[in-house]
Write a protein that binds this ligand. Structure first.
Ligand SMILES: [Cu+2]
Length: 164
């Protein structure tokens, strides 16, 4: 009888510790997935099912949420090799805005996946322009996709084609 009491006493002490130990992990793993610096590819691919809107052309204004808009272009005429894509997001006073996180991916529609870049987060320079190298490894038609995120929420997907 005494032995059983001792075992239940040990269990009574251990059980809350075991529960606490499990929960102690929860906030850590949550804050990791909530981190803005690098979105997990899982959450991106889930959001990427949003239909892609075709873009109107280089240096044309494209509307975003909250009266923001953006323009995009390559810094030089793209050819085989690395080209730098530039995306400038502006507020309604035509100042560069850092409200949006932009992820880009490049692929060739005619050979889908063969040189797919995956989603790459665009990085801002000192002026606040978003710049990312795109590696055109062969001639043909390339498709560039841009995913816009505001406060961690996927707001827009756009796409355009570039012949190399
Ligand atoms: Cu190819």
């Amino acid at each position: 009888m005494k032995k059983i009491t001792l075992i239940s006493l040990i269990l009574a002490v251990m059980l809350p510790i075991a529960i606490w130990a499990q929960c102690a992990d929860c906030p850590t793993s949550k804050s990791k997935s909530d981190g803005n610096t690098k979105m997990s590819s899982g959450s991106l691919s889930k959001n990427s099912k949003m239909a892609a809107m075709p873009l109107p052309g280089y240096n044309k204004e494209v509307q975003l949420a909250d009266s923001k808009y953006f323009k995009y272009s390559f810094t030089k005429k793209p050819k085989i090799g690395t080209a730098i894509l530039r995306v400038n997001v502006y507020d309604k006073k035509k100042r560069l805005s850092d409200d949006f996180d932009v992820y880009i991916s490049a692929d060739m529609p005619s050979m889908r996946g063969a040189h797919a870049s995956g989603d790459v987060k665009m990085k801002a320079n000192k002026k606040g322009e978003l710049l990312t190298p795109v590696n055109f490894v062969m001639p043909g038609v390339w498709e560039i996709t841009l995913h816009f995120y505001k406060d961690g929420k996927h707001t827009n997907t756009f796409t355009f084609e570039q012949k190399i």
